[in-house]
Design a protein around this ligand. Structure first.
Ligand code: KG4
Ligand code: ZN
Length: 357
């Protein structure tokens, strides 16, 4: 049990700089005192995707002002921080190095220990920051820009992989399809907005691996099917895909979203049936998708399964989930903070590698 530990957390794995302060409270869930975020989306939009070098440089610019902001919002000073946490991986190596370098430097100066957090564990535990936190055990559907996984979660650090994508992630399928339709990066939310005005039945798109009998996913073929359909329509109208009539683009967006969501919902329900668990946690950026929330809500109500989500603004990358995951690891005894300031990041790092130490 840890009481009153002030954890400062940094997220810098991709295109968001996140900083947060969390306080441990005995056996109760840690409390989020403040968090601040800077999204680089606008900066990368001109290039149609994340430019790693620009991402690293922007993290450097933002990280200290955001730290000041968080400390002042929480009414704390740096000297009060007990542990400094950072995203150790997976992610862009240069971007990860900024967060880990700053965390290790601050911790060394303060003579405090550091704790490297797995980015996906941050997403996985982010619903514990919500007003309706889950209880262990549960099935987790992790749907981010880089990962699509179903996990069985029995406690902090006790994660078993049930299935995952064999190619593109669900977020990637949203983003790549959005790009094809002429929508700006990162596309997922924009495609969802366009889909609201469309008819999902207007086009029939594949539901990859829906009947594969296992819990794996595949989204690369779907993206190709969207591309072929879009090109066919553009060819027929003798125009570029982006110049297709707005209602046609909306129909295509709606059909794409429906295909992704149907696969995610059916596989999540299959994972619940396979494990016999009655609780589902949805985390990662695609968890913000309203269509997914509605369809999962209906399917889980029928199956008498409770669904938990992070707060909408904490679905995508943020520092709060990293500080929270660190605090929960410390609290549960899954990991001790370390006084070794070797900021070794892990750009590739499977979540089920996390062992209770
Ligand atoms: O978890 P996240 O912030 O970053 C990673 O760790 O990858 O997820 C970002 C992903 C992007 O692919 C983005 O397009 C997607 O989440 N996303 C959405 C929505 N909001 C964000 N996808 C569908 N519908 C949304 N409303
Ligand atoms: Zn993420």
């Amino acid at each position: 049990m840890t009481n009153g530990l002030l954890v400062l957390g940094y997220e810098s794995s991709c295109d968001e700089t996140g900083v947060a302060l969390v306080l441990t409270r005995g056996d109760d869930l840690p409390l989020l005192l403040a968090h601040a975020l800077h999204s680089q989306i606008e900066m990368h939009q001109a290039y149609g995707g994340v430019v790693p070098e620009l991402a690293s440089r922007d993290h450097i610019r933002r990280v200290l002002p955001l730290t000041q902001q968080v400390l002042s919002e929480a009414g704390r000073v740096l000297a009060e921080v007990d542990v400094v946490a950072f995203t150790r991986g997976p992610g862009l190596a240069g971007a990860l190095l900024v967060g880990s370098g700053v965390a290790c430097a601050l911790a060394a100066a303060l003579r405090r220990p550091v704790l490297g957090v797995h980015h996906l564990e941050g997403h996985l535990l982010s619903p514990f920051l919500s007003a309706d936190p889950p209880e262990f055990p549960f099935v987790a559907l992790l749907v981010s820009g880089g990962h699509t996984q179903l996990m069985r979660v029995d406690g902090v650090g006790r994660y078993a992989l049930l299935g995952e994508t064999i190619d593109d992630a669900a977020g990637e399928a949203f983003d790549k399809s959005a790009k094809l339709l002429g929508l700006p990066y990162p596309g997922g939310a924009a495609l969802a907005r366009l889909a609201e005005r469309g008819n999902p039945a207007a086009f029939s798109l594949p539901r990859p691996l829906l009947r594969s009998g296992n819990l794996d996913f595949s989204f690369a073929g779907l993206k190709t099917a969207v591309m072929l359909q879009a090109r066919k329509l553009a060819h027929g109208s003798n125009c570029a895909v982006e110049a297709l009539p707005a209602d046609v683009l909306a129909d295509l967006a709606a059909a794409t979203q429906a295909a992704i969501v149907e696969v995610l919902v059916k596989k999540a329900l299959a994972a619940l049936a396979q494990t016999g668990l009655g609780r589902l946690v949805v985390a990662g950026g695609v968890g913000a998708n309203q269509k997914l929330r509605v369809q999962l809500g209906d399917a889980c109500a029928r199956a008498r399964v409770r669904v938990h989500y992070p707060e909408l603004q904490l679905c995508t990358d943020n520092g709060a989930m990293i500080a929270m995951a660190a605090a929960m690891r410390l609290q549960s005894g899954a990991q001790a903070a370390s006084a070794e300031y070797a900021f070794d990041v892990r750009p590739r790092w499977p979540l089920d590698d996390l062992k209770i130490s």
